[in-house]
Design a protein around this ligand. Structure first.
Ligand SMILES: *Cc1c(COP(=O)(O)O)cnc(C)c1O
Length: 391
């Protein structure tokens, strides 16, 4: 096994629990969503035991990788871990970008440094490791692009077969990388939800396990490590605002869950960042639901945006995203594709940081939030650059 993972591994996962009705399921057999209500399942841990035994100091000697949080991750046997080197990502204090907007404390969490070029690596590292531990041999995914690339890579490393369904106009980078990694790729005339329908229809007969986000319980566990890293990198004091480009919403749901777990084990206090969910005006189901004060979102029609990761017309975890936004006193805002295009140059020219369109959307949102007076000049703000620049 990789030497950098050789610390003693004390995962305390106990079971899965429905995020809506509370029905519980074992984590030791494959399960997608709740049999009773069809909603996402979330992993639960023995937080009481951890509160008495696990200390922040224990992290000091561990490698700078998401696996440093092993006790709160769903993999019980470290030999099941499938890793491509999931480094802790840089948290960069902007100087010139913040100043441009009259802010002093703006940071970028640069997820472009992860394997396969986006933060999807976090979730798929976890899902594929868990799949390996459960003995699964064929995985299927509907994707807007980066999740497919990450799945193809991790599954290749694990020797697991993959079946990928994505829109015809998915970025060339994603199509090519999936093929290079040996995935079975089907391009469809439709969007991610249409791709999802195909996987649902065929999976039982074909013997595939569906790893759609939040229909698979462990991708969100990988994504919550963004929140763990943020907490640790800010010395266990969470920022005031997190600006997050939202598609399926796994990152928001994951960080919200992760913060609750850290509080339960006594590592952080009650303070939470205000979650600002950013979407494109061409596909903004969460923003619309937020503005209407709805509990769930209605499917978005004719979704289109340059930010392919945000082209998700319907998210199964919509109610969880909206709950995190509401409970954190956050907001959901939409930015135009034109604003995203303009913002593509802002981080490169001010900070030398290349961004993906989704990352640029957070910069466009920052601009909007400052002009609306929704962010104070000395507040600590974190922008998520969720992936790398692709031509
Ligand atoms: C998938 C993706 C998103 C959306 O992430 P969610 O956590 O599913 O909302 C944002 N940016 C990029 C680059 C993505 O690939």
């Amino acid at each position: 096994m990789d030497q950098q993972l050789s610390f003693s591994h004390g995962a305390t996962i106990t079971n899965l629990e429905c995020s809506k009705c509370g029905t519980t399921y074992p984590h030791t057999v494959p399960q997608n969503v709740c049999d009773a209500c069809g909603k996402p399942l979330l992993a639960r841990y023995d937080l009481e035991q951890l509160a008495g035994t696990w200390t922040r100091d224990a992290l000091e000697s561990r490698p700078a990788s998401l696996w440093r949080y092993a006790e709160l991750l769903p993999i019980s046997d470290p030999t099941d871990i499938v890793t491509l080197g999931e480094t802790m990502t840089s948290l960069i204090h902007t100087k010139r970008l913040g100043a441009k907007f009259g802010l002093t404390d703006v940071w970028v969490k640069d997820e472009s440094r992860l394997p396969t070029g986006s933060f999807k690596a976090r979730g798929l590292a976890m899902a594929v490791s868990k799949a390996k531990s459960l003995g699964l041999t064929a995985l299927a995914i509907p994707s807007a692009g980066n999740a497919a690339t990450a799945l193809a890579a991790y599954a290749a490393a694990a020797g697991i077969t993959t079946h990928i369904f994505m829109p015809q106009d998915t970025p060339a980078f994603n199509k090519q990388t999936c093929q290079l990694a040996g995935a079975n790729v089907t391009l469809i005339d439709g969007l991610i939800n249409d791709a999802g329908r195909i996987v649902t229809e065929r999976k039982t007969q074909e013997g595939w396990f569906d790893v759609s986000t939040l229909k698979e319980p462990y991708r969100v566990e990988g994504k919550k490590t963004m929140g763990f890293e943020l907490a640790e990198q800010f010395n266990w004091e969470l920022p005031d605002v997190i600006i997050y480009p939202t598609g399926g919403g796994t990152g928001i749901v994951g960080m919200w869950k992760g913060f609750a777990e850290l509080e339960a084990i006594g590592w952080i206090g009650k303070k939470r960042p205000r979650f600002i969910s950013v979407q494109s005006t061409g596909c903004a189901p969460i923003v619309k639901a937020w503005e209407e004060g709805a509990i769930e979102a209605t499917p978005w029609r004719d979704a289109h945006t340059v930010a392919s990761g945000l082209r998700v017309p319907q998210a199964i975890g919509d109610f969880l995203i909206l709950e995190a936004i509401r409970k954190s006193n956050g907001a959901a805002i939409a930015v135009t594709d034109e604003a995203i295009r303009e913002a593509m140059a802002l981080l490169p020219t001010t900070e030398g940081l290349l961004t993906c369109p989704e990352g640029a959307a957070t910069v466009a949102a920052l601009k909007q939030l400052v002009s609306n007076g929704m962010i104070g000049s000395s507040e600590r703000v974190v922008l998520f650059n969720t992936g790398g620049y692709q031509s």
